[in-house]
Design a protein around this ligand. Structure first.
Ligand SMILES: CC(=O)N[C@H](C=O)[C@@H](O)[C@H](O)[C@H](O)COP(=O)(O)O
Length: 225
């Protein structure tokens, strides 16, 4: 069953459906509608944030749900503790995405200890990495999927304009047997194709599909002089 979930993502597009605190679309029902619309367009899985969104989206879509829970915005904020990860699973996530940087975690557990506990409970783990050293640690810990999610956000790599191809290529070369997902700043179908050609197992696109305020501002910046 679990391997079927990961296998179903191979070569596919995953859509991240998230609204940020204070934003007009920050409502679980709205997020579930956006997720369903993305599924209709062919998304192979939905990545989403927060217990209410995970459960609302799980109730709407048939594709797997990758759940996370963001708390805070400095340091480790993507599913920062074992408690947050367990809650995502309880809310219905098929895969839980967790911060896989080497920074201290609020509950004092290491990433490796967190993964060990979750694996004992049968969870599937997506490791949100910010550097190749994070990926090495995440692979060693037995993560099921490693991703470039935190490249440009954890202080170890520059924030590239588009996806961090260099990190992706390094991860793909070093871990040929692990699914490597490219996530972060994939802003066009061309870039999505390019990351797949670079060896990504799957690609996550968020902002460019599901964040109208950002997309609008891209057009506004192009139009306004
Ligand atoms: C760094 C961080 O907190 N990333 C978050 C992770 O879930 C989301 O805010 C991003 O939207 C997601 O990673 C998809 O990326 P993009 O929206 O660039 O396609």
């Amino acid at each position: 069953m679990s391997n079927d979930v990961i296998e179903s993502l191979r070569g596919k597009l995953i859509v991240s459906v998230q609204a940020y605190p204070g934003e007009p679309m920050r409502h679980p029902e709205t997020m579930a509608q956006v997720a369903l619309a993305a599924e209709r367009g062919g998304a192979a899985a939905i990545r989403c944030q927060g217990l209410a969104d995970i459960s609302a989206i799980k109730g709407q879509v048939d594709v797997p749900v990758i759940g996370l829970w963001k708390e805070g915005h400095d340091g480790v904020y993507i599913t920062p503790t074992l408690r947050h990860a367990r809650a995502c699973i309880m809310a219905g996530a098929d895969i839980v995405a967790i911060d896989a940087t080497r920074r201290p975690r609020p509950d004092g557990l290491t990433y490796t200890q967190t993964v060990a506990a979750l694996k004992d409970e049968g969870a599937l783990i997506m490791a949100d990495c910010g550097s190749i050293d994070d990926a090495r640690m995440a692979a060693e810990a037995g993560s099921h999927i490693i991703s470039t999610t935190l490249a440009g956000y954890s202080g170890e790599r520059e924030k590239t304009d588009g996806p961090d191809f260099e990190l992706l290529e390094q991860m793909v070369a070093e871990f040929p047997d692990l699914p490597v997902i490219c996530e972060g700043r994939v802003h066009s179908p061309q870039q999505a194709r390019q990351v797949m050609d670079a060896g990504a197992y799957a690609v996550v696109v968020g902002t460019a599909i599901t964040h109208p305020t950002s997309i609008t501002s891209w057009f506004v910046n192009a139009v306004n002089k």
